[in-house]
Design a protein around this ligand. Structure first.
Ligand code: AMP
Length: 451
């Protein structure tokens, strides 16, 4: 199928052509005609399938009739509201909508927490047809009457499963109640839980169900590798993978902010350009780190799960699970950063003896066996007790602000919930850790030969 077969206006096709897209992806083939027909859509689409364009392109088409260059705010009410779980995803959807709509006189704006309100207030007050938002900050603007939803015709719930995971359900309910019932609603979710189905039942009218991949599957172009490694040998392993060129550039996931900071410093000490991205870094720092990574200035972006959603990095060859996620659905989200739009990618997961259950849960969820590399023999240096102690500290500083459920850390430490935009404890790294010895210095060849 060609883009020209989908019924999109020529000005939109022009922008698509300028993006270099030659063919619609599966989700685009399925969703675009239905959205153009005015149908509600419930789509199970994993990240990297082209889902953003699948709702943005037809939405722009249907909003074309409102395009105008008047300076009057009254001529630019919010017509489409796109809710996303994270700031990064909001920024990316905003950017995509601007690119796809660059030949139209429709305004696109974005609001999310962690940055000053005032520029957002000015943008909202001058009028914007397409608004991308995270729920918490949007409600702040609702509370101060900066935005009205009486003209909203489209509601998009992007990565709805993640919004529920992050505890946004009450916020989303409040927002949905403010939007006219005559709207068209599009719900996108990487995974379909019973909760998501229930919400779809409440908020969507006779939706067309689009499922481009079976539930909880991952892109076929991704190779999954598990690397058996002791906790204390992880950083050495990673350094070797990078230095030997087995991994050229990687998004590396840690389960804690402190772990991410420490790993970043260890890599930097080995002259590997690395930056960390997590919720204790300011939005400006996060954006700069992401831009540097996208531009190839940094080789490694070390992230906590906050970054798992919404990061769209073209041709990212590797995702490394330095720590396996506690929630196996996060595995799907994390590795969705590679193998995008049909390209090849590799997900390498470091697996300690304690992680075996997690690996089994992941395999069950994605219905696929992870390719296991032989256990790695490592020469040990003397007792790495300090490292174990610092790991325990990491459990306490887990990036909990992005999890709605209480986190049960191994050893029974329970970390209470906080809300997404709330600042959490400082990430200052204990200076005594700087001199910590790195235990393992030898790494035998990793991985089987690529098939
Ligand atoms: P998404 O799943 O929306 O995050 O999109 C993943 C990536 O696929 C983005 O970098 C898009 O620019 C790209 N993309 C979207 N649609 C197409 C297409 N039809 N052909 C090629 N790339 C696409």
């Amino acid at each position: 199928m060609k883009f020209t077969d989908l019924g999109l206006d020529d000005v939109i096709l022009k922008a698509v052509d300028e993006e270099g897209y030659t063919q619609p992806t599966l989700i685009q083939e399925e969703a675009i005609p239905n959205v153009l027909d005015g149908r509600d859509v419930m789509a199970a689409a994993q990240t990297g399938t082209g889902k953003t364009a699948s709702f943005t392109l037809p939405m722009l088409h249907r909003l074309l009739r409102y395009a105008n260059s008047s300076t009057s705010p009254a001529k630019h009410p919010v017509r489409a509201l796109i809710l996303t779980p994270t700031r990064e995803l909001a920024a990316q959807v905003d950017e995509s909508a601007r690119r796809y709509g660059k030949h139209l006189s429709l305004r696109v704006g974005c609001v999310y927490g962690g940055v000053p309100m005032n520029p957002q207030v000015a943008m909202l007050r001058s009028g914007v047809e397409i608004l991308v938002a995270t729920p918490g900050r949007l409600l702040d603007h609702v509370g101060t009457n900066n935005v009205r939803f009486s003209s909203v015709e489209f509601l998009v719930l992007d990565e709805a499963d993640r919004m529920l995971d992050m505890g946004f359900l009450p916020d989303i309910k409040r927002i949905v109640e403010l939007i006219p019932a005559t709207r068209q609603t599009l719900l996108f979710s990487a995974t379909y839980s019973e909760d998501i189905r229930r919400l779809a039942g409440d908020w969507l009218r006779n939706p067309v169900k689009v499922e481009v991949a079976p539930r909880n599957t991952v892109t076929e172009t991704i190779k999954h590798t598990v690397l058996h490694v002791a906790e204390r040998d992880k950083s050495t392993q990673l350094v070797k993978l990078l230095q030997e060129g087995k991994v050229s550039q990687a998004l590396v996931f840690c389960n804690t902010k402190m772990g991410a900071n420490r790993l970043t410093r260890q890599l930097q000490n080995k002259d590997i350009h690395s930056e960390a991205i997590h919720s204790d870094r300011s939005q400006i720092e996060r954006t700069a780190a992401l831009d540097n990574f996208k531009a190839g200035k940094t080789k490694v972006l070390v992230a906590t799960d906050i970054a798992a959603r919404g990061l769209d990095i073209e041709q990212l060859p590797h995702v490394v699970n330095y720590d396996l996620p506690h929630n196996s659905e996060d595995y799907v989200h994390r590795i969705g950063r590679t193998g995008r739009a049909g390209q090849k990618g590799e997900a390498i997961s470091f697996c300690t003896p304690e992680d075996k259950e997690s690996v089994r849960a992941i395999e069950k969820l994605i219905n696929k066996k992870l390719e296991v590399t032989e256990p790695i023999r490592v020469k040990r240096s003397s007792a790495p007790t300090q490292i174990r102690q610092s790991r325990a500290k990491d459990e306490e500083s887990r990036d909990d602000s992005f999890f709605s459920k209480p986190y049960e850390a191994p050893g029974g430490i329970s970390v209470p919930n906080t809300t997404t935009d709330k600042k959490t404890a400082s990430t200052a790294i204990n200076k005594s850790e700087k001199k910590k010895p790195i235990a393992a210095l030898f790494m035998p060849p990793t991985g089987r030969k690529k098939s």
